[in-house]
Design a protein around this ligand. Sequence first.
Ligand SMILES: NC(=O)C1=CN([C@@H]2O[C@H](COP(=O)(O)OP(=O)(O)OC[C@H]3O[C@@H](n4cnc5c(N)ncnc54)[C@H](OP(=O)(O)O)[C@@H]3O)[C@@H](O)[C@H]2O)C=CC1
Ligand SMILES: CC(C)CCC[C@@H](C)[C@H]1CC=C2C3=C(CC[C@@]21C)[C@@]1(C)CC[C@H](O)C[C@@H]1CC3
Length: 417
Amino acid sequence: MAPHGPRAPLEFGGPLGAAALMLLLPATMFYLLLVARSGPARLLGPPPYLPGLQALWSPRALLLCLAWLGLQAALYLLPARKVAEGQELKDKSRLQYPINGFQALVLTALLAGLGVLAGLPLAALPEMLLPLAFAATLIAFVFSLLLYLKSQVAPASALAPGGSSGNPIYDFFMGRELNPRICFLDFKYFCELRPGLIGWVLINLALLVQEAELRGSPSLAMWLVNGFQLLYVGDALWHEEAVLTTMDITHDGFGFMLVFGDLAWVPFTYSLQAQFLVHHPQALGLPMASTICLINAIGYYIFRGANSQKNTFRKNPSDPRVADLETISTATGRQLLVSGWWGMVRHPNYLGDLIMALAWSLPCGASHLLPYFYLLYFTSLLVHREAHDERQCLQKYGLAWHEYCRRVPYRIVPYIY
Ligand SMILES: NC(=O)C1=CN([C@@H]2O[C@H](COP(=O)(O)OP(=O)(O)OC[C@H]3O[C@@H](n4cnc5c(N)ncnc54)[C@H](OP(=O)(O)O)[C@@H]3O)[C@@H](O)[C@H]2O)C=CC1
Ligand SMILES: CC(C)CCC[C@@H](C)[C@H]1CC=C2C3=C(CC[C@@]21C)[C@@]1(C)CC[C@H](O)C[C@@H]1CC3
């Protein structure tokens, strides 16, 4: 995630930082998987044990991961209700993307349902999380290497601004090519929304079924975590087109960071709360559950309201839903919203997302820090993302961005940050 320009400073401390993160990110994921099922479930402390290769490597897990990717790719290639155009590229062309992510979610749910009816042991999936995560990590390394090799023959106009430093380790990590694809299959767009996000809800569901088998029925806490996260994933796929304007798609290369993030980090660490609940049951009363639902609803209301307001405005500023909002003109011809959600803080969508992250952890109680890992990680991700976006917007909009910052002084949390 680096700003434009040939002399853009390297992110994450350059090649050394990138190399360290390539080890640290998978290590953190395995650590969390081990700790979630251990008795003390301590977020900070030594891992309960170090798994040997036989606990990590399983050809069956590798086959399952490849079959999952194949299934999601097949669903991606099915006829779509709409084909959307991406942002204009350097060579003035626009790529086409199928809008059928929600359809893929529904079809996957139907297939999973049929599988369970036919005797597929869904509750056995959580017992395979470690080898599955290992297989997903291997796939991420190999896939990133293939993407790196492919980028060597890509034209300069197809490269991302931040991933062509010339240092192979850094470029492998950040990704050189902006939109690597084979025909209609756009790898970055596909990976960002399908296998990881849908895999996350499938793992959650498997953990719910496992809990039901262990204790007779799923706990209220497990229902809440599953429901909230399904809503989040369903929302992302329903509003799939909006992802085409995110900086990951329009600006960042597709390298190890995003490949690993999409294929391994999201399904195996975002499901941490459900993993924790299977091994650390929590009693949750109705008043507390209702309060948590309210917090999630507030978070979702802000998140969806802010994202939809900006997307509607960017598509058509004269749309009656946004036409009355106050704006600032910029030298690029684009305008910035300074009222409505975007007049409250400069990243209201992040605020809503963080409130939801809190609601996903609260059902796990206050006895452990582990289920709050997502909230901590996500806060640092969004603070980093926000700073990155500010730099880009300052470059894009110059004085108008200064004016926006003067009018809307807080970044994410009103009166605090
Ligand atoms: N769960 C997860 O792991 C993650 C979730 N997310 C979520 O994904 C969503 C998308 O996030 P992200 O892509 O980071 O960023 P945003 O959707 O916030 O997009 C930022 C862009 O919005 C435009 N913009 C900024 N201010 C204004 C304004 N006042 N008026 C109009 N346009 C404005 C600018 O682009 P321009 O002017 O060029 O249109 C800016 O570059 C968020 O809801 C975020 O919370 C993101 C990352 C990870
Ligand atoms: C491995 C690293 C620590 C960081 C990896 C980051 C990725 C996991 C995230 C980068 C941007 C993302 C977005 C989403 C999921 C997480 C990643 C891939 C969404 C699809 C989540 C749902 C939202 O509605 C849209 C998000 C867009 C960005």
